[in-house]
Design a protein around this ligand. Structure first.
Ligand SMILES: [Zn+2]
Ligand SMILES: [Zn+2]
Length: 365
C-alpha cells in the first residue's frame, strides 16, 4: 500500500544529484510521513556533494528539515507529542530511547543508530528511501526525534534550528559560558553567527568573531547584529592583538567552528586565556601545521571536542529564533526549489563566482 509518489534528489555518487520518484510509504502506528517545506544547507551538504564525505552509497541528502506532519500513527503521536498538521523540525540523529547511550542523553552514540544512521545520510536502498530533506516528502521512522516549531516562525528560518542548536551547545553548554565571559568565535558562517548570538544570550560580556578574507566579508559585516562586539579579518589583522586591545586580555572561551582551516586550531589556542576553555567543533580536514602542544600545558587549557547537538539545545534554538531578538530572519539567504539545488550547493562550496549566500535553503515544493 502506498499513498502516492514523492520527488527526491538522490546523490548517486559525488557531484551527481539525480531526480527520483519514490513511493510514499503507508505509515504504521509508530511512524509518520512529513511534508517537507524547507531544508537548510550547511558545510556537510557540500562535503557530501563534492565527495569529501561520501559513504559509497546513493542517498537522499538533507539533514536540516522542517515540514508539516502529513500523517502519523497513534503511537508516534503520543511518543513525540505532535499530531498531523503540526510543523516540526527533525533532528539529524535517531534515538532508540532504550540503550545505555540514549538513556544517558548521548544518542549520537545510540547502539541501534549512531553516526552511521543519520537523516540525510542513509542509503536510498533502505526502505522507504525517503531519509533526507532534498525531497518533498520525508519518512519519520519510529526512532526519529522531532521538535514542534513555534507558531509564526517561517519554515526557511526555522531550518536554523540546526546551526543555532549547535551554537547553543558549542558556545554555551559545553564550555559552560558564564555571564561576563569573553568569548572568541572563529568562523563567521551561520554556525559562527549562531555561536555568537548564543554566547551573547547567555550573558557573555564580550564576543569577538573572526573570518578570513573576501569570502567572509559579508558574514563579518552582519556579525555585530548577532552579538559580536568585535569582528576581525585574520588576513589583515592579528586576532590575539585585536582582542587584547579591545578587552585588555584573552578569551575565557574560544569556539572554533571553522571548516577545513587547520591553522585555526593554533589561533584558538593562542586566543585562550590561561585555564580557559577551547571548544573544537569544526573538523580540521587535515593535520594542524606548526602547532606546539606545549601551549596547552603552560596555559593549562581545557580543550573539548563537540560533535552534534542535543534536544535541549535544539529546543532552546527554536525558542530563541521565535523571539526574533537576533535578525536570523534577515540573514542573506537564498531559497531554491529542487531543480536549482545543485547550483546552490556548488555556490556554497565556493565553486561558482561571487561569494555564496550566508544561508542556503532548499524548498522542495
Ligand atoms: Zn548541517
Ligand atoms: Zn539508543
Amino acid at each position: 500500500m502506498s499513498t502516492g509518489s514523492a520527488r527526491a534528489l538522490v546523490l548517486a555518487k559525488p557531484r551527481t544529484l539525480i531526480g527520483y520518484e519514490l513511493t510514499v510509504p503507508e505509515h504504521g502506528d509508530d511512524d509518520a510521513v512529513l511534508r517537507v517545506e524547507a531544508c537548510g544547507l550547511c558545510g556537510t551538504d557540500h562535503e557530501q556533494y563534492t565527495g569529501h564525505l561520501f559513504g559509497g552509497f546513493a542517498f537522499v541528502p538533507g539533514h536540516e528539515t522542517v515540514g508539516v506532519i502529513e500523517a502519523i500513527g497513534g503511537g508516534a503521536a503520543r511518543r513525540w507529542g505532535v499530531m498531523a498538521g503540526d510543523r516540526v523540525a527533525v533532528e539529524v540523529f535517531q534515538s532508540c530511547r532504550e540503550c545505555d547511550a540514549c538513556r544517558a542523553g548521548a544518542y549520537q552514540r545510540c547502539e541501534r543508530h549512531g553516526l552511521g544512521d543519520m537523516y540525510g545520510y542513509i542509503p536510498v536502498d533502505k526502505p522507504p528511501g525517503l531519509w533526507g530533506g532534498y525531497a518533498d516528502t520525508q519518512y519519520l521512522g519510529p526512532d526519529a526525534i522531532v521538535h514542534r516549531v513555534p507558531e509564526g516562525l517561517d519554515p526557511a528560518v526555522a531550518t536554523l534550528f540546526n546551526p543555532l542548536g549547535a551554537g547553543v551547545r558549542w558556545a554555551v553548554t559545553v564550555p559552560q559560558t558564564k555571564p561576563g565571559d569573553i568569548v572568541a568565535v572563529l568562523g563567521p558562517g551561520v554556525r559562527g553567527l549562531s555561536a555568537a548570538a548564543a554566547a551573547k544570550e547567555a550573558g557573555a560580556g564580550f564576543v569577538m568573531v573572526t573570518g578570513r578574507g573576501q569570502r567572509d566579508a559579508e558574514r563579518l559585516s552582519v556579525a555585530p547584529e548577532f552579538g559580536a562586539d568585535l569582528t576581525v579579518d585574520v588576513t589583515g589583522a592579528d586576532p590575539v592583538r585585536a582582542l587584547r586591545d579591545a578587552t585588555g586580555g584573552l578569551a575565557d572561551v574560544v569556539v572554533d567552528v571553522t571548516a577545513k582551516a587547520p591553522e585555526a586550531f593554533a589561533q584558538a589556542i593562542a586566543l585562550a586565556r590561561p585555564a580557559g576553555t577551547v571548544v573544537v567543533a569544526g573538523t580540521r580536514g587535515g593535520p594542524v601545521p606548526e602547532f606546539h602542544a606545549d601551549h596547552i600545558v603552560y596555559k593549562e587549557l581545557r580543550i573539548v571536542g563537540a560533535l552534534g547537538v542535543d534536544s535541549a539545545a535544539y529546543s532552546a534554538a527554536l525558542d530563541l529564533l521565535a523571539t526574533g531578538r537576533y535578525p536570523f530572519a534577515d540573514l542573506p539567504r537564498r531559497v531554491v526549489g529542487l531543480d536549482d539545488a545543485e547550483g546552490l550547493i556548488r555556490s556554497l562550496a565556493g565553486e561558482t563566482s561571487g561569494p555564496p549566500p550566508v544561508h542556503g535553503v532548499i524548498a522542495p515544493r
